[in-house]
Design a protein around this ligand. Sequence first.
Ligand code: BES
Ligand code: ZN
Length: 617
Amino acid sequence: MLAVVVFAGCKNGDQKKADAAPNAVLQATKDVHTLSNADSVDMQHLDLDIAVDMDKKRINGSALWTINNKDKVSVLKLDTYDLTIDSVQVDGKKVAYSLDKQIQYLGSALHIPITANSGAVKIYYHTGDSARALQWLDPQQTHDKKHPFLYTQSESIYARSWIPCADGPGIRFSYSARVKVPKGLLALMSAENPQEKNDSSIYHFNMELPIPAYLMALAVGDIAFKPVDERTGVYAEQGVVEKAHWELEGIGDMVNTAEQLYGPYRWGRYDVLVLPPGFPIGGMENPRLTFCTPTILAGDRSLVSLIAHELAHSWSGNLVTNATWDDFWLNEGFTDYFERRITERMLGKSYVDMLWELGYQDLVEEVNGLAKTPKDTWLKLDLKGRDPDAGLTDIPYEKGSHFLELIERTVGRDSFDHFLAKYFDAHAFKTITTEAFLAYLDSNLIHGDTSILNKIQINKWVYGPGIPANCPRADRERFAKVDSERMKFLNDVPATKLATSEWTTHEWLQFLRTMPPALSAAQMGKLDAAFSFTNTGNSEIADLWFVMSVRAGYTRAYGAMDNFLSSVGRRKFLEPPYGEMMKTAKNAPLAKQLYAKYRKNYHPLAQEGLDKLMKVN
Ligand code: BES
Ligand code: ZN
């Protein structure tokens, strides 16, 4: 996919040499992660007709693409990954297609002969055993343990493992679907959704707004629905839906708050689907239906800013989309910034300051971890020749959101908000590159103002490594109090005497994160006796506690850690405890033993990451 972008940010020459974008030339942006030729053929609409076979763990059916061969090319190239193509028809007639050899993570290009006037390409296919987007759960891997479950995770380039498509973030299409599922199960998609099961077990879907392939999503299971207000609601397994509904009751207000900030929510309904525990990530912004991990059900609504993040993607990402995975910060940095603005409105400044500070700490750690590959700490990434998963670090999120926070502080909140609302509106249902964003930023906000440019130093952020010296920091008012309680504990004040009664999850995280690296098992025991960390139902705290326990040799937490690793599938929570165990010869055997037991419970993508960590294969 070629998107031609003119960099227009250089009206008044000189000061631009010091800052702004590096080159005022015509830039061609190629998405190196799609094998399709959708730059020559418009992929207008997808009509999917599939059956979900839970026994064979296979999706079987057809994808009918409405195309416009605008460049009059003689072949349509589509992305596939481990798909078996059963047959292909062009305008109702069978054609001879060919499938290239697989190129690692990119998969195999499917070549279909077309003519200048071809309008309909129908591909009959079924999925393979190594479909990276699909997680098939046996009943015992679900919460209710009665029915199987299937869900997809298509970002970044996994849609091609369950649909033959042009799989690049810059390629949009509308879709409709007919999905047949086993009796007694409900199907949901990133589309208009049913709210209850029907007798036919056939469900119809429609997404009339154009979306990129990475937002294609499907979930099938024994799922129930409970509304929050007229346009929002919660889906989950039968046995989870009440708890999920309680935790997520704020999502109606959240959508209203987001709209006040950046303009109307354009997708109709906003629902959240809480998945079984093996879901490999925190959340995924599938349009109209955010998918999320059950690890946010902490019982006190303290982890719902994750939903604010996925909701914010309805503007940054789903409405205005990064042109390539090299521009990923345009999706995630904007969304982290926007998430914090929503959270600030709903829960106040001192609360969101804690999120900013924890995010800053993550950024520092990530930059240190990437010391050997400093280019991976630029906002504009260079993922050529690599799996786009390589760009999935805290950099696009935290360096991106801090960059936007810096612009906000420099130009003032009102001007920045006005600019952002206009940006989302002007680029709605379009794709944008980093260079085009910088050009838009200059023409609509900075207007070449040298003093603003000197304060922000755009190049240092976007095309430079590490954390620039002008990185904004949040007020540390609440964390200063946490720090003083931590000091008291380290000076032998009994843990029960510490002033912790008002603390939220974030204060606890700060308290634990800033402890000296090696606490003694006795100190761990004192903390545990006072605060029951080993048995906390809060996954963020539990995860950190288990890492500390391994480090301290605090074996009383190991049973709970075993239990945690047996059920939780979120990569962010698996890699730290396994990684900590693998650091020493003493603990590595425990890691290996646990991983051997639980690997099969994890999502294919979590397995890939952990296999490397555990040096399996
Ligand atoms: N879009 C991402 C998830 C993603 C990114 C999946 C790239 C695959 C490739 C989603 O919005 C996200 O960022 N999720 C975070 C939570 C968020 C609160 C930072 C996660 O899953 O941890
Ligand atoms: Zn995100």
